[in-house]
Write a protein that binds this ligand. Structure first.
Ligand code: GRF
Length: 215
């Protein structure tokens, strides 16, 4: 088998700047066992699309504002994903809520990175809410996507301290730096066949995880 056949085909979904996408591009270029076959954005003109272009990765924009409802957007998105033939779909700063049908279609092969220590701070504005709550620790989580928003089984987390005097952007930057190592690590494990979703639980190296892996 040649190297291309060994590499797990991945599609990355984005909505913005794509720094997590860049981390995946850089890791895959280092010879890791996955290949990004395509990048899809629901927003035209975002910087993440330029990052993909620069790495010669095919891109597609599926602008959600052009669709009358979630169902029709998700159907177009699913078709676009399938056209790339991925075995893994990575949501890297993809800011859309997905329908249950869509999530079920890709069950067990779709990951999301969320900027909090789930189950804390599901949803938006996680850094602001962490500061308001006065927590001493914050971070990011990578989880399998299920129909529960930001509620799928957590695979791995990265933790950072919250420092006195932190602004929202200080904390966001500290978390984001860790995201850039966390997400490629989890994708690599998936590509190595170490990770599975079985009966709504994460299995790692053939055992059910008792708690998220700390990265
Ligand atoms: C990251 O914090 C990610 O966890 C969140 O949105 C941000 C996206 O950043 N979902 P980028 O587009 O990867 O730079």
């Amino acid at each position: 088998m040649n190297k291309m056949e060994d590499e797990l085909p991945v599609v990355v979904l984005i909505s913005g700047g794509g720094t997590n996408l860049q981390a995946l591009i850089d890791t895959s270029a280092e010879g890791q066992p996955f290949e990004i076959r395509g990048v899809i954005s629901n927003r035209p003109g975002v910087h993440g699309l330029q990052r993909a272009d620069a790495a010669d990765i095919p891109t597609q924009v599926i602008d959600h504002t052009a669709f009358p409802d979630r169902e029709s957007f998700d159907a177009a998105l699913a078709d676009a994903i399938e056209a790339f033939g991925p075995r893994l779909i990575v949501l890297a700063g993809f800011m859309r809520i997905l329908t249950n049908d869509f999530v079920d279609r890709f069950a067990g092969r779709m990951l999301n990175i969320h900027p909090s220590l789930l189950p804390a701070f599901q949803g938006l504005h996680t850094h602001r809410r962490a500061l308001q709550a006065g927590v001493g620790e914050h971070g990011a989580s990578v989880h399998f996507v299920t129909s529960e928003l930001d509620g799928g089984p957590v695979i791995a987390q990265a933790r950072v301290p919250v420092l006195s005097g932190d602004t929202e952007s200080d904390l966001a930057a500290r978390v984001l730096e860790r995201e850039h190592r966390l997400l490629p690590q989890v994708v690599k494990w998936f590509a190595q066949g170490k990770l599975q979703l079985r009966d709504d639980r994460v299995w790692f190296e053939d055992s059910p995880l008792q708690a998220p892996i700390q990265c």
